[in-house]
Write a protein that binds this ligand. Structure first.
Ligand code: HEM
Length: 223
């Protein structure tokens, strides 16, 4: 029963909350549909953390998505032996960058008085949830080797069954609890989208990855 709640009810509830509340927020508070910048208050640590975080997490999440949406393509890509090891090592390297950059984001908000002052409870909850998720992902990749491979026989069929509205959880319930926590953490983050600055994902700002870096400056003399 608990497994049904965790791996069927909770994922659907998270997606419904995310969709309904994102539409509501768009209609009700359109101006807040962004990740309000704190670049004016502190830019040194931010530029390092932000660039490293976004490049690493976008690639990692695209790999998660590719393996779930096109398991055949992902299996062919992994191949065996050397290619599998290279992809796993790349994933772990990017995972480590994601962990370190998220830790830097948090440190920046703790250490800088001005940035701390504009940090809401929602920001703290989101930052801690993201850190927990990437730390768990990194440990899972490290402790339970060849995740790129076993993902295809566990997470992929579970996610596909949810999309088909024919939930099958037998492939995920026997997994170690840390792996299951990481899977559920993904849906916690989905549920947090409309309530936090994560809502900026919905605007799909992918042009940020190649557009010239924009620097925000004061346009008045400082006192
Ligand atoms: C239901 C959703 C998710 C599933 C089923 C899932 C599954 C997995 C699996 C099986 C691994 C191990 C891969 C390997 O050994 O190479 C992994 C790694 C990882 N995951 Fe997830 N994950 C989910 C959501 C997320 C989300 C939302 C994030 C970040 C916001 C995330 C971040 C990571 C990171 C940083 C790693 C380590 C890097 C890597 O090896 O790819 N995951 N995930």
């Amino acid at each position: 029963m608990a497994d049904i709640v965790l791996f069927v009810v909770f994922p659907y509830a998270a997606v419904i909350v995310a969709v309904v509340m994102s539409v509501y927020r768009y209609l009700d508070q359109r101006f807040t549909y962004s990740s309000l910048s704190s670049q004016l208050l502190e830019n040194g640590m931010l530029s390092w953390a932000s660039v490293a975080w976004h490049y690493s997490i976008v690639v990692i999440l695209l790999a998660h998505l590719l393996a779930a949406l096109f398991p055949g393509v992902w299996a062919a890509l992994l191949g065996g032996g050397a290619r599998l090891a290279l992809i796993e090592a790349t994933g772990m390297g990017l995972g480590l960058i994601a962990v370190l950059s998220m830790a830097l984001f948090i440190w920046r908000r703790l250490a800088n008085r001005r940035v701390r002052a504009v940090t809401s409870w929602g920001d703290w909850v989101l930052l801690v949830a993201l850190l927990a998720q990437v730390v768990m992902g990194f440990i899972v990749a490290f402790a339970y080797r060849w995740g790129g491979m076993w993902y295809l026989h566990t997470a992929a069929p579970w996610l596909e069954s949810l999309v088909r509205l024919d939930p099958q959880i037998a492939a995920v319930t026997p997994l170690p609890w840390l792996v299951k926590l990481h899977f559920l953490g993904g849906f916690v983050l989905v549920a947090l989208i409309p309530f936090t600055r994560l809502v900026h994902i919905v605007t799909i700002p992918i042009a940020y990855l190649w557009r010239p870096y924009r620097i925000v400056i004061w346009n008045r003399r400082r006192a």
